[in-house]
Design a binder for this molecule. Structure first.
Ligand code: DQA
Length: 138
């Protein structure tokens, strides 16, 4: 059984409530229930934190014994050298995802410290971005 984890960064705990015109109105819990039902063959975990260092700690924890990491580092994508370095330091491949098409938004969202070290990047497909990332590991 493949062991995968979705890691979400800051403000993504507010999915469903936060700017629904950009991020949709489904909560992440509702989405996770749906995905778990759809992919019973995957051991799928979920972790969210608003704290940069906690996200780095989690990457260290899972980065040597999981088959894949689906990472939406949210705003830290555009600022965090530390998260970029953590991805370089671990062995488990990371697929970077974004709900919105960050290239169609403000210029500061065009920069990513995650992309250079990610296996691939999926963005702009709403919550389906996560599902496509999961499929890439199967
Ligand atoms: C996001 C895009 C980021 O620019 C933003 O800071 C987020 C969410 C997305 O999933 O579209 O919080 O990562």
């Amino acid at each position: 059984m493949k062991k995968l984890i979705i890691i979400n960064g800051p403000n993504l705990n507010l999915l469903g409530k936060r700017e629904p015109n950009i991020y949709g109105s489904l909560t992440f819990t509702e989405f996770m229930d749906e995905v778990k039902r759809k992919y019973p063959e995957v051991n799928l975990e979920y972790y969210q934190s608003n704290i940069e260092g906690e996200l780095i700690d989690k990457l260290h924890d899972v980065g040597f014994n999981y088959d894949g990491i689906v990472l939406n580092a949210a705003a830290y994508t555009h600022t965090s050298v530390g998260l970029g370095d953590a991805i370089k330091a671990i062995e488990t491949p990371v697929v970077e995802v974004h709900i919105s098409n960050t290239f169609g938004r403000e210029e500061f969202r065009h920069q990513s410290y995650i992309s250079p070290n990610a296996k691939g990047v999926i963005l702009g497909f709403g919550l389906q971005s996560y599902e496509l990332a999961i499929q890439s590991f199967l």
